[in-house]
Design a protein around this ligand. Structure first.
Ligand code: PGA
Length: 249
């Protein structure tokens, strides 16, 4: 059985003071958890601070975004090498907010996935359909397109070096969670898409669910056979809630 992975995505939240409170409380709450890897993704300016706060614990550091470029005249961008240098293990790639608010295309997301691998980071590729796409019955086409853009760029074997998060856009930050059956159905489809190219990659890659995961719905989601953990937004900003989600994994 694969280890469970729970990643907290803080998005654009926090201050130096609240980060210290949150991480200290989290460290105290989850120090006894085994069999589950826990990661947190603070905003860029706080990576160094949080790195210090989690030093000596099993919590891993991640970032929420990265540049597709290695270095140079790209004002405002942050490279994979810089994230590695700051102690990051993970980096989110293609989060729906990046795709919808900042115009990230499938091609750019694939380039970012490749840049993360190049620097030795574990990219967490986010895929998911909008509410309109689900109602139009094209969920599988959408996730297939998003997935294959990356597979075609880096090759199927390299997908195993990353993590895939299924995050239905209609469930992100809305309080409307996919039902365990809805989530499982898409996770199974993702695994089947991978299996058509490489069965061992399909079996080994961790598939996370994200979208309004809470303390009271986490256990049922994580009990699904193809769900290996979660990508947690809003609920990761509360230490007790996030710890409870980690524990249900
Ligand atoms: P949410 O966000 O848990 O607040 O719905 C999840 C995400 O955007 O990763």
């Amino acid at each position: 059985m694969k280890d469970t992975l729970i990643i907290g995505n803080w998005k654009m939240n926090g201050t130096g003071a609240t980060n210290t409170q949150l991480v200290q409380a989290l460290v105290a709450e989850i120090s006894d958890i085994t069999g589950t890897t826990v990661g947190i993704c603070p905003p860029f300016p706080y990576l160094a601070q949080v790195r210090g706060l989690i030093a000596g614990t099993t919590i891993r550091l991640g970032a929420q975004n990265l540049s597709d470029r290695a270095e140079g005249a790209f004002t405002g961008e942050v490279s994979a090498t810089m994230l590695k240098d700051l102690g990051c293990c993970y980096v989110l790639v293609g989060h729906s907010e990046r795709r919808s608010l900042y115009g990230e295309t499938d091609a750019l997301v694939a380039d970012k996935f490749a840049a993360a691998l190049e620097a030795g980071l574990t990219p967490v590729l986010c895929v998911g359909e909008t509410g309109d796409e689900r109602r139009a019955g094209v969920t599988h086409e959408v996730i297939s397109r998003q997935l294959h853009a990356v597979v075609n760029k880096v090759g199927i074997a390299n997908i195993a070096k990353g993590v895939i998060a299924y995050e239905p856009v209609w469930a992100i930050g809305t309080g409307e969670t996919a039902s365990p059956a809805q989530a499982q159905e898409v996770h199974q489809a993702l695994r089947q898409l991978l299996a058509t190219q490489d069965r061992s990659v399909a079996d080994s890659v961790q598939l996370l669910y994200g979208g309004s995961v809470r303390a009271d719905n986490a256990a049922e989601l994580f009990a699904q056979p193809d769900i290996d953990g979660g990508l947690i937004g809003g609920a990761s900003l509360n230490a007790a809630t996030f710890a409870s989600i980690c524990r249900s994994a």
